[in-house]
Write a protein that binds this ligand. Structure first.
Ligand SMILES: *[C@@H]1O[C@H](CO)[C@@H](O)[C@H](O)[C@H]1NC(C)=O
Ligand SMILES: *[C@@H]1O[C@H](CO)[C@@H](O)[C@H](O)[C@H]1NC(C)=O
Ligand SMILES: *[C@@H]1O[C@H](CO)[C@@H](O)[C@H](O)[C@H]1NC(C)=O
Ligand SMILES: *[C@@H]1O[C@H](CO)[C@@H](O)[C@H](O)[C@H]1NC(C)=O
Length: 298
């Protein structure tokens, strides 16, 4: 049981947007991620919905509170959505979603098992024109069914998904509605949201940069270059030694959803007695030219 829990939790992480989408001028996306668990795990509610504008989460909903709520920087945005009305919409979607999960488990004669269904759908616009859409479900982390709006039809990837397909295509109008949602409804919502969110998504927050050193017992000295409080997330960072680019020993980045800023770091190891000059170079769209921060050995 404990093992299953950790497997399911790792699936939760797997399907969250680990690689943030790159934001380009005039290009925006709206993404919804739904997660249903047949058995609630620890503090995780049975059903959760979240929405992203580009790489930033703007709302959340779960089966415990049954309330759609703006999150992060969208807490301060007024008038973008009627959250009471959206709560009802999310509740209706929760019911359909959990019913689908139950149907899959029934198909597999495993109504008692621990399973997870995830759905990911949304749309993109570029220069105000619809430029892409997606709608796909995953059962226990594997492809389950996907909507192809060109056919248009649901494409099953799993034996049980044949049943789901039959149900969701029971009337031709269901398929037309799904297509219309992706091609019209979703982009329309995205355009409406952008009126309130462009300033957040188009923001150019330059990085602050600090360099520090540390040394574990019996280890080489490490130099760490940290860039923080920047947006968008795309950044180029590297260390040079006497002007030559160094392979990093470690690098990473995180997004702080609460304030919509990124942190990124890159670490190099310094051989003992090395007296060559080290510098950290940082390039970001908010900067007219790269920042170069020398390491001042003391
Ligand atoms: C579920 O059980 C039914 C009745 O026992 C059986 O016909 C069916 O093949 C089983 N389904 C699966 C996927 O094992
Ligand atoms: C479902 O699980 C419960 C508790 O683990 C158990 O008591 C019950 O017999 C199970 N039912 C089936 C049909 O496997
Ligand atoms: C964007 O497209 C929508 C729908 O096609 C249109 O109503 C709106 O005026 C357009 N906005 C701009 C700024 O072109
Ligand atoms: C954003 O949040 C992170 C994590 O809480 C914090 O370290 C950082 O200073 C914050 N930045 C701003 C600009 O508020």
């Amino acid at each position: 049981m404990v093992r299953m829990v950790s497997v399911l939790l790792s699936l939760l992480l797997l399907l969250s947007p680990a690689v943030p989408q790159e934001t380009q001028d005039g290009r925006y996306s709206l993404t919804y991620i739904y997660t249903g668990l047949s058995k609630p795990i620890e503090d995780v509610p049975a059903f959760q919905a979240l929405g992203l504008l580009n790489d930033l989460q703007f709302f959340s909903y779960n089966s415990r509170d049954r309330k759609s709520q703006p999150v992060g920087l969208w807490r301060q945005v007024e008038g973008m959505e009627d959250w009471k009305q959206d709560s009802q919409l999310q509740k209706a979607r929760e019911d359909i979603f959990m019913e689908t999960l139950n149907n899959i488990m029934e198909y597999y004669n495993d109504s008692n098992g621990s399973h997870i269904l995830q759905g990911r759908f949304g749309c993109e616009i570029e220069n105000n024109r619809s430029s892409g859409a997606f709608w796909k479900y995953y059962y226990d982390g594997k492809d389950y069914i996907e909507f192809n709006k060109e056919i248009p039809a649901w494409v099953p990837f799993d034996p049980a998904a044949q049943n789901t397909k039959q149900k969701w295509e029971a009337k031709p109008v269901y398929v037309q509605q799904a297509k219309a949602y992706l091609e019209e409804g979703c982009p329309e919502t995205l355009r409406k949201y952008l009126k309130y969110s462009k300033n957040i998504l188009d923001r150019q927050d330059p990085p602050s940069v600090v360099v520090t050193s540390y040394q574990g017992p019996g280890e080489k000295k490490k130099l760490k270059c940290l860039a923080y409080d920047f947006y968008p997330g795309k950044i180029d960072m590297h260390w040079t030694r006497a002007g030559e680019v160094q392979e990093p020993e470690l690098q990473g980045n995180v997004l702080h959803d609460r304030n919509g800023t990124y942190q990124s770091w890159v670490v190099v190891a310094v051989p003992p007695q090395d007296t060559a000059p080290y510098s950290c170079h940082v390039q970001h769209s908010s900067l007219a030219q790269p920042l170069v921060v020398p390491w001042e050995a003391r």
